[in-house]
Structure formats: C-alpha cells, structure tokens
Write a protein that binds this ligand. Structure first.
Ligand code: NAD
Ligand code: LMR
Length: 333
C-alpha cells in the first residue's frame, strides 16, 4: 500500500505526473492538491483501470490536510514556471512562499513522508523544505530529495543522439551531479555507461555539455511564453518517484542522482566534500535509496580535468542558492 500525493496537481507537470503515478501499479492511493481544478483532474484519472484510488482537493475545507493524511510520498511541482529571458532564480520570489507553505502542511500532517521537490529553483527550494521541517522539529534529511532526474534523462537522450541510436537512451546512464540550474548542472559524461566516440571533437563535447546544462532554456524558448518543460519533467518525476517507491517497498541497490542534504549520509559526505574541496550543505550526487530514504551518497569518483573544472564552476552558485533558501526561512519565522 503506497499513498502518493502531488501538490500542484492541476499544472503542466502535475497532470501528466499524476497520470503516470496513477499508471504505477505500486501506488494504491493518489492524493491530488492544487489551488484550482483538482476535482476535475481526479475525476478524470479515477476512471483509469489501475489500483490507485484517486482523490482531489482544493484549499477550502482543510483540503491540503485531507490530501496529505497518510501520504508516504509527496511530489511538489507547485509554482510558477519560467518565461523566455528568465532564470530559475527569478522564480524564487513566488515559489519560495508556495513551497514554504506546502512544506508546513507536510511537516504538520505527514512528517514522515518522502518529499520530492520539483518546484524551481530546486537548489533553493529544497533547503527551504529542510528549514521548515527543522522549525517543526520533524526534519529527517534522508527523506528529502530535489528532483534532478530531468537532467539525467536529457543526458541519456543527447548522448544516445550522438551515438546515433535513440533506442539506446533507455539504457544509457550518465551521472549528472551538482544542482539543477545552468552551470550547477554537471554532467559526468566520462562515466557514461555507453562511452562517447573517442573521435568526438572538443567543440561537439562542449556543445553536448552546454545542451545538458541549458536544456531547460531550449524548451522555454520553444514554448515561447507558454512555460517550461512539463511532459519530459512528468516522465522524469515519475521515474524518480517509482525508484523511491520501489526502495521503500524493500528493493535493494536502487540508485539515482538527486539533490540531497549531505547530512543524510555523513560518511559519504566526508568523501564527497573532500572531492569538492569544501563543505557544502546540499549537493546532487548519485544516491543509493532504501526503505528509510538515503542509504549512501556516492562520491564523484574518477572524473576528467574538464569535469573537475565544471564542478569547480558550479560550487559558488550552488552555495549562494542554498544560502538564499536557508535565509528565506530564517527571515520568515
Ligand atoms: P504550471 O503553472 O503549469 O503549474 C503549476 C501549478 O501549481 C498550477 O496548477 C498552480 O495552480 C499550482 N499552484 C500554485 N500555487 C500553489 C499552491 N500554493 N498550492 C498548490 N498548487 C499551487 O507550472 P509547471 O510547468 O507545472 O511547473 C511547475 C514548477 O516546476 C515550476 O516552478 C517549474 O520551474 C518547475 N520545474 C522543475 C523542473 C525540474 O527539473 N526540477 C522541470 C520543469 C519545471
Ligand atoms: C528544466 O530544466 O526544464 C526546468 O528546470 C524548467 C526550466 O525552467 O528550465
């Protein structure tokens, strides 16, 4: 029995994500919350012939509390998306408040739930959730994840394109570490399960890295004011949620890159911080998942000089983003 909840379930990501969770046979209850349209989305999904019982709530009549009661996995895609010309940080002003309020609801109603944060800027919204949980005395860093899976999905797709065979993309595994915005997105292509051709020109390698780092901009530009990635994000979010659910159900050895607090695995963090050359509070690295959440944060391992330079370039922005989230909550209470 697994109750999954989507907060922001009527949105561009929320609806297809709710559909994919409804299609997951391990989900037995699906709670949908948004400030608009959730009764309709829930009614629609409830006709699909899969096990999950679906309920949709609006804020009235304690809707958030009703949605979250009994939740084991809470996925948060609530918040505004980018328009052309905006950075993810430009979303902070609005999304910080939305995420803080939703985190307060989770902390008071489902404090043991695994929380998967999609709302941007992820590098700051994840620390916001952590700080809110601390304020309520219920913080367990092993249960909080920033969803960076879309970067991993993009890396698999773009590497497969270079290899000339998109059918490989479901098998191509490329760790993407750091955070989730621009230069904080660090693809470790040298560790790809399917190596790039040795003959790949430096310019083509650079273009690949840039495309993975700025893939979000590509979609924002193409949607031309209509928002950012929704369908690919729903796919990625459902993939990551499915891994968490399988781990919670007892499956061993499941790993995924995800943005976590380094306090969730002090031993792993010690090795990682040494590799990074400094201590960070949050970082996305490959993480082993288990029934209680984070089991082990993997080190970066052997990386090339070019990748070392990418890691170095990511750190200042990551530090600033993390601090922005922490300060926001400190000033809000
Ligand atoms: P959207 O505008 O289509 O949907 C957002 C939904 O959130 C809307 O239905 C809105 O009503 C709802 N919402 C707003 N305030 C709420 C609140 N207080 N409680 C509950 N619901 C609320 O946007 P979208 O395209 O679905 O994107 C959502 C967020 O996800 C954005 O911040 C976007 O930047 C982010 N995103 C992250 C990634 C990632 O890789 N982590 C990828 C794509 C998008
Ligand atoms: C993405 O990577 O597609 C998302 O973070 C949305 C965005 O703003 O680019």
């Amino acid at each position: 029995m697994v109750k999954a909840v989507v907060l922001g379930a009527a949105g561009g990501i929320g609806q297809p994500l709710a559909l994919l969770l409804k299609a997951n046979p391990l989900v037995t209850e699906l709670g949908l919350f948004d400030i608009v349209n959730t009764p309709g989305v829930a009614a629609d999904l409830s006709h699909i012939s899969t096990p999950a019982k679906v309920e949709g709530y609006l804020p009235a009549d304690d809707g958030l509390k009703k949605t979250l009661t009994g939740a084991e996995i809470v996925v948060i895609p609530a918040g505004v998306p980018r328009k052309p010309g905006m950075t993810r940080d430009d979303l902070f002003k609005i999304n910080a408040g939305i995420v803080k309020d939703l985190a307060t609801g989770i902390a008071t109603t489902a404090p043991k739930a695994f929380v998967l944060v999609i709302s941007n800027p992820v590098n700051s919204t994840v620390p916001i959730v952590a700080e809110v949980f601390k304020k309520h005395g219920v913080y367990d860093p092993k249960r909080l994840f920033g969803v960076t899976t879309l970067d991993v999905v993009r890396a698999s797709t773009f590497v497969s394109e270079i290899l000339g065979d998109l059918s490989l993309s479901k098998d191509v595994v490329v760790p993407v570490v750091g955070g989730h915005s621009g230069v904080t997105i660090v693809p470790l292509v040298s560790q790809s399960s399917h190596p790039l051709p040795a003959s790949l020109a430096t310019a083509d390698y650079d273009a690949l890295i840039k495309r993975i780092q700025f893939g979000g901009d590509e979609v924002v530009k193409a949607k031309n004011g209509g928002g950012s990635a929704t369908l690919s994000m729903a796919f990625a979010g459902a993939e990551f949620a499915a891994k968490v659910i399988r781990a919670v159900k007892g499956e061993k050895g499941i790993t995924a890159p995800t943005f976590v607090s380094l306090s969730s695995d002090p031993a792993g963090a010690a090795v990682l911080n040494k590799e990074l050359g400094q201590e960070l509070e949050f970082f996305s690295s490959t993480v082993e998942l288990g029934a209680e959440g984070v089991v082990k944060i993997h080190p970066l391992g052997t990386i090339t000089d070019a990748e070392k330079a990418l890691v170095k370039a990511a750190i200042p922005e990551l530090e600033t983003n993390i601090k922005t989230g922490i300060t926001y909550v400190a000033e809000a209470y």
